[in-house]
Design a protein around this ligand. Structure first.
Ligand code: MEV
Length: 322
């Protein structure tokens, strides 16, 4: 039997990195997905195997160099997920095919979408009858392969979809996952720096900086907390202008954390000069993606055009659409 599963891409509106330390973050799934299909193999396909007992056909779209850079992470993710699910590839060799319209890039939750999709497909293939919470647990194991000790926000978005507030329980208990209704959908441009980053490495850098600058980080956490509270109010009341200002403020803190780079700044300038209400990096940073909030379709076109004229790929989408 073929098992099939999907995982959503995601974008973080507020709180990447802060979320690792137990602060709340806001993220939204995007409509682009990764699809995984799992089939059993009669005997292993020696020579074609990704890891012993697993043949992988990866037809996902991706920015240049992404799949090569992420190969090691993917091997770790598979290994962690198979172990967690007690799947023995020597006894049940598998062929997994990945596809979908989510273009893999740093910041879009590609590794989480992959993990959720694979978890769902394995669930179906082996008729395990797992619920979303259990799928999310497996996807979290997979995420550890790429993000080390991740907050869990990416796999939660990839598994559940929708618009949500996420807060990691630092004591190991259940994380807070609150699906929220936004007053109106947000029109955005997602721009790609084209740079692929390793989340695990960057999270470790920030951890070190924090331990060396405790007071500064305490203050930044307090500042972020205020931004988050206002952001929730603005999302619920539909105050886009305020939301844009808050995104810029969040970006300022991310700059202080050394998470920006010249490509991110070029995209932000192009977006702001052409009417974006706010723009910030989304996800890991030091590359990856930039999320630009725009007030209407005309501005969305204008911002996307300006960003691509500056040499970066830009995608237009809406978040929180029912
Ligand atoms: C990566 O998309 C988000 C980070 O906050 C890492 C994490 O939450 O695990 C940078």
């Amino acid at each position: 039997m073929t098992g099939k599963g999907i995982g959503y891409g995601k974008t973080i509106l507020f709180g990447e990195h802060f979320v690792v330390y137990g602060l709340s973050a806001v993220a939204s799934a995007i409509s682009n997905i990764t699809i995984a299909e799992v089939q059993g193999m009669k005997k292993t396909n020696i020579g074609k195997e990704f890891i012993p007992g697993l043949e992988l056909i990866d037809n996902r779209l991706s920015v240049e160099g992404y799949k090569i850079k992420k190969r090691g992470e993917m091997e770790r993710s598979f290994d962690l997920m198979f172990r967690f699910m007690k799947i023995d590839l020597q006894k049940t060799p598998l062929k997994i095919t990945l596809s979908g319209n989510l273009k893999c890039a740093s910041g879009i939750g590609a590794s989480a979408a992959f993990a959720s999709a694979v978890a769902r497909a394995l669930n179906e293939h082996f008729s395990l009858g797992l619920n979303d919470e259990q799928i999310n647990e497996i996807a979290y194991e997979g995420e550890k392969g790429s993000a080390g000790n991740p907050s869990g926000i990416d796999n939660t978005c990839s598994t559940y979809g929708g618009f949500l507030v996420f807060e990691k329980n630092l004591d190991g208990g259940k994380n807070k996952i609150e699906l929220i209704d936004v007053a109106k959908p947000l029109r955005i441009v997602l721009a790609s720096t084209g740079i692929t980053q390793e989340t695990k490495e960057i999270v470790a850098v920030i951890k070190k900086l924090r331990s060396e600058n405790k007071e500064k980080y305490e203050q930044m956490f307090l500042d972020y907390h205020e931004i988050f509270d206002s952001a929730i109010d603005s999302l619920k009341s539909g105050n886009e202008k305020k939301l844009g200002v808050l995104m810029d403020k969040n970006m300022e803190l991310l700059r202080e954390m050394t998470l920006s780079c010249s490509e991110i700044e070029k995209i932000i300038s192009a977006a702001k000069q052409n009417g974006a209400l706010g723009a910030k990096l989304t996800g890991t940073g030091r590359g990856g993606l930039v999320i630009c909030l725009v007030p209407d379709e005309t501005t969305q076109e204008k911002v996307a055009k300006a960003v691509s004229e500056a040499g970066f790929e830009a995608a237009k989408t809406e978040l929180g659409k029912k």
